[in-house]
Ligand binder design. Sequence first.
Ligand SMILES: [Ca+2]
Length: 180
Amino acid sequence: MSTMARIFAIAASGFFAVASFQPAQAETTDAYSFTPERHCLFLVEGISSGEEESRILSYECHTDKDSARQAQQASSGTHLMTWYSGQNFQGSSYRIQGTSGPCDRSGYGFSNVGSVWNNRISSFKTYNRCNSVSGYDGFNYARDIYVCVACGSSSGYSEPYVGNVANNRISSLKMWNNWH
Ligand SMILES: [Ca+2]
């Protein structure tokens, strides 16, 4: 084994020790295809006191936008955020609705955006008081690479591009309201 291959193998074994539940492709950006586009809807709970994670209650994905729109209209919960695989809100999307109402100081958190979306987020919009977002390169909120606090208005904000540092690297994120 060459030196470089050995270094890679050690790094990989360290990664899987920490996140053994992830498939082998988890940290690459092109292991999953978004062709055709997918539009997903997730219903989640807010972060409870003493916890770090929003519980996912249900999710569904559609490859046609009409079905996705119907699912959104039928869903309960408060629209919190939609993130996109492309810049300027293009490509596949992932819409998050919360059962704990608009963002408050505790907000919502995802210690792992999921294997399909890992290292794929390029832009997003927030809604309903979610005026602060932090994104992390690692799972479990490790290594912040994006942060925007008190951005936009109380209704939320639009981020057409997360920037060269965070693009296609976000693996976990939090959103909250810095006032309430
Ligand atoms: Ca990452």
